[in-house]
Every structure is written in structure tokens, then in C-alpha cells.
Design a protein. Structure first.
Length: 273
């Protein structure tokens, strides 16, 4: 298999007039935008629950939120989008996790950390998330809108993982691009499985622990091949394990991700049973 080492993003042109650091004004505007989107979403969900989705109009949603119709359309393209107010911002946060990944981190681990932003979005408002889940089960149009939102995350993670493979060197028998796409789908599927189970249970239980367990299954299945794409072959592995009698001795880099160290130890324990 041919792999490319992790490549940093191209440097942006330097300019005294352009800054990537959000100003207090832009942060305040973003917060106000999200606040209005959530208010419109709350109004829409209440009307959908009381009047029904089909019987509810955009004008009624805007009126319930105390704004004009044009304000609604500045934030959402349609009434079905109104019950998903946080996906745009969550997608930005997930992408920021990928952009800020440390160079030693396995790309698949980075993707798992990125999609946790989605779970945190749902977990931040459990009652709303459960109500939204029940509503999407009842209204096919809302379910389709939800699927479209999820597809955006999958595309983001697929592009990221594909960035760690040399597609130009692709040849017959080289399944790196396929592995990247299947792994991205597996991460999203694992997340969605845990999320649905948690929502069906009324948002009870430690959803992050459940998610970590699901990700461990994905890593064990896909992690070895994709991991080679981030680090050069001469780089010290995150952890090594040696056996001294009945004792396993582990040596790890100080900056090694804990999950990679634990994975190395678990593998060594299985092999020495």
C-alpha cells in the first residue's frame, strides 16, 4: 500500500488586514445567530407537536418566535430545517478538530474525536434531542432532512481520511481509498447507532462511554491500515510492549495518545494469553 504522510494545510497569505482570529464582534454575531436559530427551532417543534407538521406554516413559526417571515428565511431554507438549528455550527467545530489534530495522532482517532462534537450537541439538551428524535420518526420529511445533515459529516470525514492516502499511486489491488471511505462510514454509523439507542432510552445512561466502546470496535477493524498514513515509518511508535516472564513491560512516548497506548497493551495481552 502507498501512503502519504500527514500534510499540513497550505499557508494562507499574510495580511495586516486579514485575521483568522474571531473578533468580539464576530463572536457576538455568531452567538446571536445561533440564539435566533434555536428560538425558531423551539417554536417550530412546539407547533409541530401541537398542530402537526403538515398543518404548520412558516408564517406561524415566525409569529410564534416573534419575528418576521423574512427573518425565518435568513436562518432556514424550509420549515423542516428548522428543527436542526445546531448542525451548521457543529460541522464547523468538527472540522476544527480535524484541522487542529496533532501530527502523531492516528487519523481515525482524529475522526472519532471530531464526531464527538455531534454527540455533545445532542447531549447538551437531552429533552430537546429526545423530542426531536420522536418527531423525526413520525414525519418522513424530517427524517430525510436529518439524513441529509448526517451525510455532511460523513463527507467531511471521508475527505479527511482520503487526505492520508496517495490516490495518485493507486493501482490494482491497492484498496486505500476504499478503506478510507468505509472507515469514515463506519465511524458515522457507530455514532448514529449509539445515539439512536441513547435517544430511544430517553437520553439515559453514559452516552460517551457507549460511544468510546463503539469507536474501539471501529479502530480494531480499520485502524491499523489508516494509522500508517499519519506517521513516517521511521517514527517511534506510540508504545512498545515486551514480555519479562509473566510481566508485560510497556514503554510509551510522553506525548502518545492514551487510547493508542491502551490499544497496544490490549493487543499484547491477547497475544500472550
Amino acid at each position: 500500500m502507498q501512503y502519504l504522510p500527514h500534510m499540513s494545510q497550505p499557508a494562507r497569505p499574510q495580511s495586516s488586514d486579514v485575521s483568522d482570529t474571531p473578533t468580539p464582534g464576530t463572536r457576538r454575531a455568531a452567538a446571536q445567530r445561533l440564539k435566533m436559530r434555536r428560538e425558531l427551532s423551539a417554536a417550530a417543534m412546539e407547533l409541530f407537536a401541537t398542530k402537526g407538521y403538515e398543518a404548520t406554516t412558516v408564517d406561524e413559526i415566525a409569529a410564534a418566535a416573534g419575528v418576521a417571515r423574512r427573518t425565518f428565511f435568513r436562518h432556514f431554507r424550509s420549515k423542516e430545517e428548522a428543527i436542526f438549528p445546531d448542525h451548521d455550527d457543529t460541522l464547523v467545530r468538527a472540522e476544527a478538530v480535524l484541522d487542529a489534530a496533532p501530527p502523531h495522532e492516528n487519523p481515525l482517532d482524529t475522526v472519532c474525536r471530531g464526531i464527538k462534537e455531534v454527540m455533545r450537541m445532542y447531549a447538551s439538551a437531552p429533552a430537546v434531542s429526545v423530542a426531536r428524535y420522536r418527531l423525526t420518526r413520525e414525519v418522513p420529511t424530517l427524517r430525510e432532512a436529518e439524513i441529509a445533515s448526517v451525510a455532511r459529516y460523513e463527507r467531511l470525514f471521508t475527505r479527511y481520511l482520503l487526505g492520508h492516502f496517495d490516490e495518485g499511486a493507486h493501482r490494482e489491488g491497492d484498496d486505500d481509498p476504499l478503506l478510507a471511505e468505509v472507515a469514515a462510514s463506519a465511524v458515522v454509523t457507530a455514532h448514529n447507532h449509539v445515539l439512536r439507542r441513547w435517544l430511544r432510552a430517553g437520553a439515559e445512561g453514559d452516552v460517551e462511554t457507549q460511544l468510546d466502546h463503539a469507536f474501539e470496535i471501529v479502530r480494531e477493524t480499520f485502524g491499523a491500515g489508516i494509522g500508517a498514513g499519519r506517521t513516517a515509518s521511521t517514527e517511534t511508535p506510540p508504545a512498545t510492549v515486551s514480555r519479562e516472564g509473566e510481566v508485560l513491560v510497556t514503554v510509551a512516548r510522553t506525548n502518545a495518545p492514551l487510547d493508542e497506548v491502551m490499544r497496544t497493551i490490549r493487543k499484547a495481552l491477547k497475544e500472550n494469553r
